[in-house]
Design a protein around this ligand. Structure first.
Ligand code: C5P
Length: 232
């Protein structure tokens, strides 16, 4: 965060390529599905519940980096959109997040972000390495009833298109006001400001200490000159 290094993005593991359900949904290793779901891989952290008939399947996507209270408030509001909600969170891979958030984001890698989101009580399941555009395949595969996004900016896809174009076309997109303005960027800015204040305070302290040391040295030098005079 403070060094603004990008090196941690180069070792990204593409979990998406491991995510395959066979054509008849039998093998998790073969087939064509590109979505890695928590129910297949790390079920112990998810609710472990498949969606039931009558559940409203709600899909949200994002980085969910440095998982914070703004995210929790958003997910709570999403959860409250239906009587029987089944909330699926699509998490973008590190390189995807870096493409649209730039700088050295994300601070937390895909594994850390997955575990943070799964720990939230409003979340039923996580899609690891979700495609940026919420397209037809994803909506049909998960039988999504509703797609939500908060009030934060929606960054365009690589080709400049709206990632929510398909849910908007289907009339299942909803903008949610979390009532909370906190963002990951705010937290990073806070940490950077604290670091700068800490450095400035240390520089002042060091300057004072150096002044005392210099004064002590001068006094010592005067004392030793006087000492020599007496000996002579
Ligand atoms: O920025 P990030 O991709 O982590 O956001 C994930 C989702 O949480 C987005 O839909 C965003 O609009 C929402 N959010 C929110 N209120 C906040 C922070 C994030 O609604 N304070």
């Amino acid at each position: 965060m403070l060094l603004m290094t990008k090196a941690h993005h180069s070792t990204m593991v593409r979990l998406g390529s491991l995510c395959c359900k066979g054509p008849r949904g039998l093998s998790p290793w073969t087939g064509v599905c590109q979505f890695l779901q928590t129910s297949q891989k790390i079920i112990q952290f998810a609710s472990g519940q498949e969606p039931q008939p009558g559940d409203t399947i709600i899909y949200v996507a994002g980085a969910f980096d440095l998982f914070h209270i703004g995210h929790v408030d958003f997910l709570e509001m999403v959860y409250k959109q239906a009587e029987r909600p089944y909330v699926i969170v699509g998490l973008h891979f590190d390189q995807e997040v870096n493409r649209y958030k730039r700088k050295n984001y994300p601070i937390m890698n895909i594994h850390e972000r997955t575990l943070s989101v799964l720990a939230c009580r409003y979340v039923s399941e996580v899609v690891i390495g979700a495609p940026y555009a919420v397209g037809k395949d994803l909506l049909d595969h998960f039988k999504v009833d509703l797609v939500c996004h908060g009030k934060t900016e929606v960054f365009p896809d690589k080709d400049g298109s709206d990632p929510y174009a398909e849910p908007k076309r289907r009339g299942i997109f909803r903008s949610i006001d979390s009532g909370n303005n906190l963002t990951t960027d705010d937290i990073v800015q806070r940490i950077i400001e604290n670091r700068l204040q800490f450095e400035a305070r240390n520089q002042k302290k060091e300057a004072k200490e150096m002044a005392v040391i210099e004064a002590m040295k001068r006094r010592e030098a005067r004392g030793s000159r006087k000492g020599k005079f007496f000996i002579l």
